[in-house]
Ligand binder design. Structure first.
Ligand code: ATP
Ligand code: BTN
Length: 324
C-alpha cells in the first residue's frame, strides 16, 4: 500500500475534476514535478483518464467520488476493509479464510486481477466502478450455495429499485442486465468447509461510470450512469446500500431458503418468455425461458416439454445475439 500512497494522495486532490498544476501538486505532496509526472502515468495505467493542458496542469476527465471507509462504516454494521489497490477482493477474503467473520467486507477502487466465472477476466479500472466481496459462513452448507447466488442477485436489483433505479434485470444465474447489456456480475467462491457449513466469498463488480473502449470485455455492457440519466447516486451510498441488502438477504436465506423467492426472481428475469439457448460444454439446448424453479434451476421449454438445468458450468445466451 505504501508504494501507492503518493498516487492515492494525488487522486484525492484530482478527484474534484478541476485543473491542478504540476508545480502545486509537487508542493502539496512534497515531491518534484518530474515525480508527479511519473505518478500520473501510473494512475493512467490503472485506467483513469487524466488530461494535461499546457499552462493549466492536470485534470481528470470527470470528478469522482472516492470510496471512504468511515462513511461506509457509518452506514453499515459489518467490518469493512477498504483496500484501494488490490489483486481481487474475492481473493483477499479467500486468503483470509476462517479469520474472517460472517459479513466482513472487502472493497476496492482497482483490481489488478479481477476475475469472473471460470477464471475469466473482470475488467476493473480505478474509481469508475464497484468491486466488493463479503465473507459468509453459510450454515445450510454447500448444497445451498446455488440458490444463494440467485438470492444475492435479486437483493442487489431490489436495493437499486429502492434507490430509484428502474428496469435492471437478471440473467441466470447471477448477472445484472440493463437493456440486454451486462451491468454487473456476481461470483461466489468457496473458501472451505467447517463441519456442515460452507465458507463463502460473495463478490460483485458493477459498472458505474466506465466509458470508452474496454479491452477484455467480449460482450455488450453498460454503466449505471447510463441507467440513471440525470439522477445521481454516490458510490459510498450505493456500496453501503448493497452491503446492507446482502446482509439482510443472507440472514433471511439462512432461515427460509428459497421459500417465496421464485416470484421475486421471475419478476426480474431478463429473458423470461424469450428464446434462449443453454450452453453446457459442447451441448446446446434451445427453447423459451420460463424463469426458475424452487431449487434455483433455470427452466426452458423445449420440443420435449419444460426441462430444468442447474450447475455452475451452464451459460445462458439469448438467441437474438450471436455471442457465445
Ligand atoms: P456466463 O453466462 O458463462 O457467466 P458471461 O459472459 O457473463 O457468461 P462471466 O464469466 O460471467 O461470463 O463474466 C466474465 C465475462 O464478462 C468476461 O469474459 C468479459 O467478457 C465480461 N466482462 C469483463 N469485465 C466486465 C465488465 N467490467 N463489465 C461487463 N462485462 C465484463
Ligand atoms: C462474472 O460476471 O463472471 C462475475 C464477475 C465478478 C467480479 C467481481 S469484482 C469483485 C470480486 N472480485 C473478483 O475478482 N471478482 C468479483
Amino acid at each position: 500500500m505504501r508504494e501507492h500512497k503518493a498516487k492515492l494522495s494525488l487522486l484525492s486532490i484530482l478527484s474534484d475534476g478541476q485543473f491542478h498544476s504540476g508545480e502545486r501538486l509537487g508542493e502539496q505532496l512534497g515531491i518534484s514535478r518530474a515525480a508527479i509526472g511519473k505518478h500520473i502515468q501510473g494512475i493512467q495505467a490503472w485506467g483513469m483518464d487524466i488530461y494535461r493542458v499546457q499552462g493549466k496542469g492536470y485534470r481528470l476527465n470527470k470528478p469522482i467520488e472516492l470510496l471512504d471507509q468511515a462513511r461506509l462504516e457509518s452506514k453499515t454494521s459489518v467490518p469493512i476493509s477498504l483496500i484501494p489497490i488490490i489483486d481481487s477482493t474475492n481473493q483477499y477474503l479467500l486468503d483470509k479464510g476462517e479469520e474472517c467473520q460472517s459479513g466482513e467486507v472487502c472493497i476496492a477502487e482497482y483490481q489488478a486481477k479481477g476475475r469472473g466465472r471460470r477464471g475469466r477476466e473482470w475488467v476493473s479500472p480505478f474509481g469508475s466502478n464497484l468491486y466488493m466481496s463479503m465473507y459468509w459462513q453459510l450454515e445450510a452448507g454447500m448444497a445451498a450455495a446455488m440458490g444463494l447466488s440467485l438470492v444475492i442477485g435479486v437483493s442487489v436489483v431490489e436495493a437499486l429499485e429502492q434507490l430509484g433505479v428502474e428496469d435492471v434485470k437478471l440473467k441466470w444465474p447471477n448477472d445484472l442486465y440493463y437493456q440486454d447489456r451486462k451491468l454487473a456480475g456476481i461470483l461466489i467462491e468457496m473458501s472451505g468447509q467447517a463441519g456442515g457449513a460452507a465458507n463463502l466469498v460473495i463478490g460483485m463488480g458493477m459498472n458505474l461510470s466506465m466509458s470508452g473502449e474496454q479491452g477484455g470485455i467480449t460482450q455488450p455492457w453498460v454503466s449505471l450512469d447510463e441507467v440513471l440519466g440525470d439522477h445521481r447516486i454516490g458510490r459510498n451510498q450505493l456500496a453501503s446500500a448493497i452491503i446492507n441488502a446482502w446482509q439482510d438477504s443472507l440472514e433471511q436465506y439462512e432461515y427460509q431458503g428459497m421459500n417465496g423467492f421464485v416470484e421475486r426472481w421471475n419478476r426480474l428475469d431478463n429473458f423470461i418468455s424469450r428464446e434462449i439457448k443453454l450452453l453446457m460444454g459442447s451441448r446446446v439446448v434451445s427453447g423459451i425461458a420460463q424463469g426458475i424453479n424452487e431449487q434455483g434451476a433455470v427452466l426452458i421449454e423445449t420440443d420435449k416439454g419444460i426441462e430444468s438445468y442447474i450447475g455452475g458450468e451452464i451459460s445462458l445466451r439469448s438467441c437474438d445475439t450471436k455471442e457465445q
